[in-house]
Design a protein around this ligand. Sequence first.
Ligand code: PMP
Length: 283
Amino acid sequence: RTVYVNGVFCPEDEGKVSIFDRGFLFADAVYEVVSVLDGKLVDFAGHMARLARSLGELAMAAPTSDDELLAIHRRLIAENALEEGAVYLQVTRGPADRDFLFPPQDTKPSLVLFTQAAALRDKPAARTGIRVVTLPDLRWQRRDIKTVQLLYPSMAKTEAKRRGADDAWMVEDGCVTEGSSNNAYIVDAGGKLVTRPLSHAILPGITRIAVLRLAAESGIAIKERPFTVDEALAAKEAFISSASSFVMPVVEIDGQPIADGRPGEITRRLRAIYIEEALKTAI
Ligand code: PMP
């Protein structure tokens, strides 16, 4: 694979970042993952807007313009002949002598990008649904910033696998915040789509924006409010959304089936129309 590291396109084993990089020492870094369908980027502008926001919240400089970032994404897709998968982008505050204090503004940010091939459209889990377990949300209180502090989500997903499930739904004050790397939704008894409102408690998913818009356009009623684990267990449907899973049914929570234990009607429809629109609008 060809990767991009600080201005250079090179083979993946030649890409190097300093051991003093603050991304490595302090997780002082933000990232984005843009999915690729038919060699094109899905919702690139949305991901760049969130990147700008993450950088702003941490007083980090933008590494380069969005046009340049688009050109880098496209060159990696071309060089790696990527048809389906994702482009990962990470910006760190850059290398500096180890100190908790942010270094002076002239520190050069590190910019790293690489591609990952993956089947996104045709996933067996989209037909069978995934199983989740609930775990306490032990992350920090600014989950709206897309930082690379991913240790707890990694622990949670590993614990979920250990328990025979696919992912964790994290819980705070009795309500589901989100999945380890995705936003969480249920469809209640009245057919209403329920998902947690944006706040510092969750990441503002780029896929979430599209899902809520497509649901509204399809005449599905939406209520943005926190929901409890008990509500989720009693729901008609449950699902997650993210750039890499699109819309993915959840059919079991803590070993208990949701409704009949099969992917729900609204979930399947939203997945289909999300993919249809993603294919049409990818650049
Ligand atoms: N929440 C968390 C914690 C995530 O890591 C992700 C994936 N980046 C999401 C939600 C979904 O965001 P997006 O739709 O932009 O991929």
